[in-house]
Ligand binder design. Structure first.
Ligand code: C2E
Ligand code: MG
Ligand code: MG
Ligand code: MG
Length: 270
């Protein structure tokens, strides 16, 4: 009986695996079509400075306008894009589109684009970034790429080379979600980052957790001495904003200042 039970469980398991794989395939096919039919859109969330809360630029965040399912958020399709290799098409689209739109914004406002670790490891990355800049005519210093710590974990020399090549193009580099991964403060000395974005989980916990506040202090203190700009992400209230400003954050992003919006509706002043 035990054996039969085991086999039933196994069959049940394989059936579920099959259904999951099929759901994935449906999403994969839909996503392939989404790229070619323009269902992927970039929304822009303002980033403000600590002087007069002027908007210095925007982070481009992808949304999938699915014809039946409505708006799908990145966490529900980026992982599938990464598993299927579609992230390279999707990522190139984000770079070209963000540069094209930012080129029409006034003044020196910058645009920040998220890079998947797979894009970062691709030998095509530099050519894609260069192509996006060239086609849009956007000044390179107005483009910022955001990478997460996870890309820095392995083959260090190669990573440094990619970062140097990006810098050589004139683009800025931000370290995203700082504090969540295997944060090592030594990264910050060996890599040429322009900016560190403190993960929103620390901002969220700051008022109740001494540990979260201590980490924010450690990051701002260190970046002051290394002369790196600090962005606080996920700022939702004026209290958080004032506290973070006092702690030495220089840039701010969060619902308090504005939500991600299509380029034509984006917040122009705060
Ligand atoms: P991220 O790069 O850390 O982006 C910040 C996320 O925090 C965004 O979520 C944004 O909408 C959200 N956010 C901003 N302010 C607040 C706030 O005050 N409160 C709260 N609760 N959330 C806030 P979103 O748009 O869902 O994107 C999630 C993640 O998906 C991004 O995290 C990024 O890692 C990834 N992603 C988005 N667009 C792209 C893309 O074009 N390419 C790649 N590779 N990844 C992307
Ligand atoms: Mg980001
Ligand atoms: Mg982030
Ligand atoms: Mg984040």
């Amino acid at each position: 009986a035990a054996k039969r039970n085991g086999r039933n469980r196994f069959e049940h398991f394989t059936k579920e695996m099959g259904e999951m794989a099929q759901r994935r395939r449906i999403v994969e096919n839909d996503l392939r079509e989404a790229i070619t039919t323009g269902q992927l859109r970039l929304y822009y969330q303002p980033i403000t400075n600590n002087q007069h809360c002027e908007i210095v630029g925007y982070e481009a965040l992808m949304r999938w306008h699915h014809p039946e399912k409505g708006v799908i958020m990145p966490l529900d399709f980026i992982p599938i894009a990464e598993e299927t290799g579609l992230i390279h098409n999707l990522g190139a689209y984000a770079l070209y589109e963000a540069c094209r739109e930012a080129a029409s914004w006034p003044g020196e406002q910058m645009v920040a684009v998220n890079l998947s670790p797979l894009q970062f490891k691709s030998s095509a990355l530099i050519a894609v970034v260069e192509g996006a800049l060239k086609e849009s005519g956007l000044a390179p210093h107005r483009l910022e790429v955001e990478i997460t710590e996870s890309v820095l974990l392995d083959n260090t020399m190669k990573n440094i080379d990619v970062l140097r090549d990006l810098k050589a193009l004139g683009v800025h580099i931000a370290l995203d979600d700082f504090g969540t991964g295997y944060s090592s403060l030594s990264y910050l000395r060996s890599f040429p980052f322009d900016k560190i974005k403190i993960d929103k989980s620390f901002i969220n916990d700051m008022q109740d957790s001494r540990e979260a506040l201590a980490i924010i202090r450690a990051i701002t203190g260190m970046s002051r001495s290394l002369d790196i700009q600090i962005t606080a992400e996920g700022v939702e209230s004026i209290e958080q904003f004032q506290r973070l400003k006092d702690e030495g954050c220089t840039l701010f992003q969060g619902y308090y200042f504005g939500r991600p919006q299509p380029s034509e509706n984006r917040l122009k002043t705060f």
